[in-house]
Design a protein around this ligand. Structure first.
Ligand code: PMM
Length: 296
């Protein structure tokens, strides 16, 4: 099934045969992975907007704008601060026709970003942090990323425990998906995300990545593994910014397994990885393979 985020099938529908890269714009001063690269301390949204444009030029189909760090142990920010970080960036990019997703767990921030032109809500809390968020999604029929996290960003990496990580995460996502559909959301508006690094050990992350095809049988799948710490453990590369080759490897495997969107910092490298993953996945499934091209 395709994930339908807007009216134009060429730009707004993603599936395993048409996978997309979601580029990341963090407007936080403390993102674990790019150290607030796109954030301007004096509140000037210019650098973040320029970063978003560069991601689009590199081939991002979606630009994900976030104003609250979700790194392990991160402190929460209030809605007004988060809103003031993200809204000018969303507004500028959306006005240029960019497909923008807003990465927030707060209904007030989501509403302001949607009003500013964001098309997608990317919610790492699956509606667990703010009771007003899912009603907003249903009411406005917002294309939605439903992600699994064990605990909260402050606590999630302390000692994650599952009976069976794939079954537990899949059960959680299926239940939330069912509730949204029961509340009136169209099934093809929702992408599911196993939440790589959100309350998971290295082994949990690997088990989830090995099971992407099972998640993809449930709903369109988004995977966000870019620069995450399990890749540092596997490769021995301490600096998140130096983990782009490993991130691209995971992107290729995720798309070969059936993911339709990969969230990434290095969009150009991820585009290549996604093209390889798509070709590999198509061959394995005996789907007709279009010539793989990096054309937009
Ligand atoms: N990871 C981060 C933030 N938002 N959203 C989704 N849907 N999936 C993810 O894996 C995800 C996310 C944390 O990474 P960052 O600090 O590099 O943005």
């Amino acid at each position: 099934m395709a994930w339908r985020v807007g009216p134009d099938p060429g730009r707004h529908e993603f599936d395993r045969a048409r996978p997309a890269v979601m580029g990341i714009v963090n407007t936080t001063p403390d993102s674990f992975s790019d150290a607030g690269l796109a954030f301007a301390v004096d509140g000037d949204p210019g650098p973040a907007i320029a970063h978003g444009r560069a991601l689009v030029a590199a081939g991002a189909a979606i630009v994900d704008v976030g104003g609250e760090s979700t790194r392990p142990g991160a402190a929460a920010v209030d809605a007004a601060t988060e809103r003031s970080r993200v809204v000018p960036v969303v507004e500028a990019l959306a006005a240029e026709g960019v497909v923008v997703s807003i990465d927030t767990t707060k209904a007030a921030v989501a509403a302001a970003a949607l009003d500013a032109g964001a098309m997608i809500l990317n919610d790492v809390s699956a509606g667990r942090f703010d009771p007003d968020l899912l009603p907003l999604v249903v009411e406005r029929d917002v294309p939605y990323v439903l992600m699994h996290m064990q605990g909260t960003p402050r606590t999630m990496q302390s000692a994650p425990v599952y009976d069976d990580v794939v079954a537990d995460v899949m059960g959680f996502l299926a239940e939330r998906l069912g509730a949204l559909v029961d509340a009136g959301m169209a099934m093809d508006r929702i992408a599911i995300d196993p939440g790589i690094g959100f309350g998971k050990t290295v082994e949990h992350n690997l088990d989830l990545l090995r099971a992407i095809d099972r998640f993809a049988a449930l709903a369109p799948v988004l995977v966000g593994a870019s620069r995450k710490s399990f890749l540092g453990t596997i490769t021995g590369v301490d600096e998140p910014r130096d983990r782009d080759p490993a991130s691209a490897a995971v992107a290729a495997l995720a798309v070969a397994g059936g993911a339709c969107v990969v969230r990434a910092h290095d969009v150009a490298a991820t585009r290549q990885a996604v093209a390889v993953g798509r070709a590999m996945g198509a061959r394995r499934r005996l789907d007709p393979v279009d010539p793989v091209t990096l054309e937009q």
